[in-house]
Design a protein around this ligand. Structure first.
Ligand SMILES: Nc1ncnc2c1ncn2[C@@H]1O[C@H](COP(=O)(O)OP(=O)(O)OP(=O)(O)O)[C@@H](O)[C@H]1O
Length: 311
């Protein structure tokens, strides 16, 4: 009896812990709200307005975004740049309400996203993160399109087109069972770059009007990067694209550049941004030409490095 009562006391600690997880931990916003019902085709106009957003990861930590405001028009392609730790990923997290904004608001397609259920919000925008997610134990086919719109040859053709667009069709054909090949833990049977390309194919298949990319081509070579950029231009030509980029050449032809630094922003067309000491410092119309040529020079240098030339 003594043994059993000690055992029960021990097990009650586990019960207490489970109860705490269920009741005392701050929860995310609800997945579904009544507000969602009126928004079947949202966002018809894929605009993004971020208004005076500030936030931090925890109460005693410094703000990772401070009074950030900008407006992206439907169909614009915006490159997000900034030094390491500038808040680029935090901005994406706030857009998807993974990290909640403490102040300010985010409107997507004219709707205040804090009123939306998370399911609607997160399924309406395609995102490819720095650590791309592939699901273990599922096939390549299921990873690309968990909710297939058709079956048989038609569906195979859709998947093939998406894989061809991201230049992964040959790779998939070369693995055992092709589209029906199994994806291992965390996608470990693919390289990081290949996983990102597969996630891009998944984004293509989802037909979302807003595409968010977090350094999506950081792990692929220059040639694949150019091909992916071409795919983005051709296949997402009406979508709004927000792309965090480390390579300036990937965003040089984008409509706008958003420069984050110490949680604050500069926002404008690439030709209006000024580079000093290799970093964006201000936005001046008159010096736009200088910026454009600095960018071109930088791209040239990067290309030389990629080709292994040392001059
Ligand atoms: N989970 C976290 N908890 C606490 N602080 C965090 C967390 N994630 C990021 N931070 C802090 O927030 C700030 C912004 O980080 P964030 O990841 O947004 O930067 P970033 O611009 O995306 O950097 P990188 O280019 O390296 O990806 C940094 O100072 C970082 O230390």
């Amino acid at each position: 009896m003594v043994h059993q009562s000690a055992e029960v006391t021990n097990q009650m600690v586990s019960v207490e812990r489970v109860w705490e997880f269920g009741h005392s931990i701050p929860q995310e916003a609800p997945l579904f709200t009544d507000f969602n019902k009126n928004l079947m085709n949202w966002p018809e106009e894929p605009s993004v307005t971020v208004s005076s957003v500030s936030t931090q990861y925890r109460e005693n930590l410094p703000l990772c975004l401070e009074d950030v405001s900008f407006t992206i028009k439907p169909g614009e392609r915006v490159g997000v740049v900034g030094r390491t730790g500038a808040g680029k990923t935090s901005l994406l997290q706030v857009m998807f309400h993974v990290l909640e904004a403490e102040n300010g608001s985010i409107f997507i397609g004219g709707v205040d996203t804090s009123k939306l259920g998370l399911h609607k919000l997160r399924t309406s925008m395609a995102v490819i993160t720095q650590s791309p997610v592939l699901f273990r134990g599922c096939t390549v086919r299921e990873n690309l399109d968990p909710y297939p719109q058709g079956y048989g040859e038609l569906e195979d053709k859709r998947l093939e087109n998406a894989l061809r667009a991201v230049h992964m069709w040959e790779t998939i054909q070369n693995i055992p069972d092709g589209l029906d090949g199994i994806v291992r833990e965390g996608g470990s049977n693919f390289s990081v770059g290949q996983r990102q390309l597969l996630c891009l194919a998944r984004a293509l298949l989802s037909n979302n009007r807003i595409l968010v990319l977090d350094e999506v081509t950081a792990n692929v070579d220059q040639a694949t990067d150019s091909l992916v950029q071409q795919t983005l231009r051709e296949r997402f030509n009406t979508a709004t694209i927000i792309a965090i980029a480390q390579r300036l050449d990937t965003i040089i032809d984008y409509d706008k550049v958003l420069v984050l630094g110490n949680g604050k922003v500069l926002f404008g067309p690439p030709a209006q941004l000024v580079v000093r000491d290799g970093h964006f410092t201000s936005m001046e119309e008159s010096t736009g030409q200088a910026m454009a040529s600095a960018l071109r020079q930088k791209v040239k240098n990067d290309n030389r490095l990629d080709q292994g030339k040392t001059d």
